[in-house]
Design a protein around this ligand. Structure first.
Ligand code: ADP
Ligand code: MG
Length: 328
């Protein structure tokens, strides 16, 4: 189209109506009146840079990826615009389903840990009640046993609450997030799963990281994925160690500060060849032990919806380091 939104050339598509003479783009692309947000063309003309936006149709049934690419013929001034509209509804739905299924897989992992945790608290509760029932005790002793029972009961309740929030459906709300709490919560859910494999966990927190806007449960899912992957990579190791750390880093070029969560292991590492594939859905070297190959692609999706990214360092035989980077 030109600067007056007059369409110079377009492809044939069922959603583009038959063209009148020299149509305006908003005359032939009937969707554009039906978006919930503004089409990026106008903005791209003003800014002179390509802009891509996800737009939702007014009936909320469709999601479009709309890209506007400025064209400069000759000098600086933008003379034309190429508009490219992609229906990504199916893709988004699929991603959502993948996210759900990977979540179910990690819930399975969690359940084993929860069973163990509940087992120990319940053992204490039953043991103490037995003592209380068997013979009369001094008031001091009874109080101590009863306090123990109450504490164990409360701990059980907390464990179950964690599991429930984790499996909840509506988990995309944004909230202020303290990244250290996200890491500690993730560890509290699965550290048993890790330590029973004779793996040492080291924790290294930078204090006073400012809060960021995000979704706690999704971010926990990323950290849990990193931790479970590290554990898997340490199955054959003698002195397996996982180091979990948080820190801040400045990107001078874009003037942003990032909160960084790093999970490092001294396990089997990843070959150069496979390093390019680990973020592909369904790529897994753990098919025998129930790997789905969904952990990392979903983690990447979550990082990106938070405006962040994932950085990986790995060397075969030495270990791996996965960092979740989130803009403050
Ligand atoms: N810390 C790690 N050390 C070695 N390999 C890893 C590590 N993290 C991920 N990988 C590799 O990346 C693959 C994909 O990981 P992921 O997407 O979480 O799926 P899954 O764990 O179900 O296989 C794993 O199968 C493994 O080969
Ligand atoms: Mg995994």
């Amino acid at each position: 189209m030109d600067q007056n939104y007059t369409v110079l050339r377009h492809n044939q598509h069922p959603e583009i109506s038959a063209s009148p003479q020299r149509p305006k783009c908003y005359q032939i692309c009937y969707r554009c009146h039906g978006y919930l947000q503004l089409c990026p063309v106008g903005e791209a003309f003003i800014q002179g840079e390509s802009i891509t936006k996800e737009l939702i149709s007014a009936d909320q049934q469709k999601i479009y990826l709309v890209s506007a690419y400025p064209v400069r013929t000759g000098q600086e001034k933008v003379s034309n615009m190429v508009l490219y509209i992609q229906d990504i509804t199916e893709k988004r739905l699929l991603e959502y389903k993948l996210f759900e299924s990977a979540k179910m897989a990690s819930i399975g992992e969690l359940a084993a840990g929860v069973a163990h945790e509940l087992n120990s608290t319940l053992t204490a509760i039953i043991g103490n009640s037995d003592l209380l029932l068997r013979k009369p005790l001094s008031e001091d002793k009874s109080t101590k046993l009863l306090t123990d029972i109450r504490n164990c009961g409360q701990r059980s309740k907390k464990i179950i609450q964690n599991l429930l929030t984790f499996s909840r459906q509506d988990n995309v709300a944004l909230e202020t997030v303290l990244i250290n709490d996200v890491v500690k919560n993730s560890l509290s859910l699965i550290s048993y799963q890790i330590e029973k494999n004779n793996i040492t966990i080291q924790e290294n927190y930078l204090r006073n990281i400012p809060p960021l806007l995000g979704n706690k449960l999704q971010l926990e899912q990323v950290v849990i994925n990193f931790l479970l992957n590290a554990r898997d990579a340490l199955q054959k190791s003698e002195n397996g160690t996982i180091t979990v750390s948080t820190t801040l880093t400045d990107d001078i070029k874009t003037r942003t500060t990032w909160a960084v969560v790093t999970v490092e292991d001294n396990g089997e590492g990843i070959s150069k060849k496979n390093l390019n594939k680990i973020f592909q859905p369904f790529f897994t070297l753990r098919a025998q032990t129930g790997g789905t190959g969904l952990g990392l692609p979903l983690s990447l999706g979550i990082a990106q919806t938070h405006g962040g990214r994932i950085e990986v360092w790995s060397e075969l035989g030495k270990g791996s380091k996965f960092s979740l980077m989130l803009p403050l």
